[in-house]
Design a protein around this ligand. Structure first.
Ligand code: AMP
Length: 143
């Protein structure tokens, strides 16, 4: 299964924030949208970072709430791992597992077009397993 097949079902909605926004604004997005990570973009819309709830917790526990007035740019992860719409679901799962990341922005021609979370991947995997079990049941019943 390809990532675009999953995105066609789940939707292409993705939350992004400018690198000059404050950490407080980013925390606001995470909280209001009930999501685990926000993609950080440059003025031209290209992906330049990612900030997950873990980053917020880690930096806040080290440096305190003062970080909330700093720019997202200071605390985001800059070396972002991304995938394309054409990537295989299996490959995305392996990347997430090996690199211990739960979010993979989907990028096409340098522009952010979606995001895949580990929750999306697990949900789709369960659906695929159920579909396979159902078709096996029907095959056995038909025999
Ligand atoms: P997460 O598992 O998404 O909560 O993120 C755990 C750590 O990995 C945090 O430091 C994130 O900033 C970082 N991270 C999450 N997603 C990515 C990604 N796609 N590329 C690079 N780093 C990431």
């Amino acid at each position: 299964m390809k990532i675009h097949q999953m995105l066609d079902q789940k939707g292409y909605d993705v939350q992004a924030i400018d690198r000059h926004a404050t950490m407080e604004q980013a925390v606001g997005v995470l909280g209001e949208k009930n999501i685990g990570a926000v993609v950080v973009t440059d003025g031209d819309g290209s992906v330049c970072g990612i900030l997950s709830e873990r980053d917020v917790v880690r930096h806040m526990s080290r440096s305190g709430p003062g970080i909330l007035t700093a720019a997202v740019d200071d605390y985001m992860t800059k070396n972002v791992v991304t995938c394309t719409r054409d990537a295989d679901l299996q490959d995305v799962m392996e990347i997430m597992s090996k690199r211990r990341i739960r979010h993979l922005p989907v990028v096409e021609d340098g522009k952010l077009v979606g995001i895949v979370s580990i929750g999306d991947v697990v949900k789709r995997k369960i659906e695929l397993a159920e579909e396979e079990a159902e078709s096996l049941k029907q095959y056995i019943a038909a025999g």
